[in-house]
Design a protein around this ligand. Structure first.
Ligand SMILES: [Ca+2]
Ligand SMILES: [Ca+2]
Length: 138
């Protein structure tokens, strides 16, 4: 019997606290000393998703920029989700091609959040964001 004892847990995600299982046997007169198995619990990191078009099918969005028209929103109904994390720690937004060099840029509004944005790097096209904040803030 002893060698077939198993532990299982179907919680998603499981609480990460270690568990202790105690074993005792009895010979009809007295209990044995307690022996224990300590179980460490490893949680899997569920993937997070960036959905730029909200409830619509797919993850991608489109935007249209007109010369002298001012900045255009890239993902006005975008969302991030993560099944097992309530906070995110960083993000990166990359303008993968930037033929107009210093004349073009990316920007975000982080006011009211604990997210810090680096200034846009026109050589790499990267706008980096960091800071632990809720999924909603990201
Ligand atoms: Ca996760
Ligand atoms: Ca979508």
């Amino acid at each position: 019997m002893l060698r077939t004892a198993k532990y299982d847990n179907s919680a998603a995600p499981p609480d990460a606290t270690s568990r202790t299982v105690e074993f005792t046997v009895n010979d009809g007169e007295a209990d044995s000393a307690v022996a224990t198995t300590t179980i460490t619990v490893t949680r899997l990191n569920e993937a997070l998703l960036v959905d730029l078009n909200g409830a619509a099918e797919g993850m991608d969005s489109t935007a249209s920029f007109t010369e002298d028209g001012g900045p255009v929103a890239l993902a006005p109904v975008g969302d991030v989700s993560d099944a097992d994390d309530t906070e995110l720690t960083s993000a990166e937004i990359t303008l993968t091609n930037h033929p107009d060099a210093n004349a073009e840029s990316l920007s975000v509004d982080t006011s009211g959040t604990s997210i810090t944005a680096t200034s846009y790097d026109s050589s790499t096209g990267i706008l980096a964001l960091s800071g632990t904040a809720s999924l909603a803030d990201y």
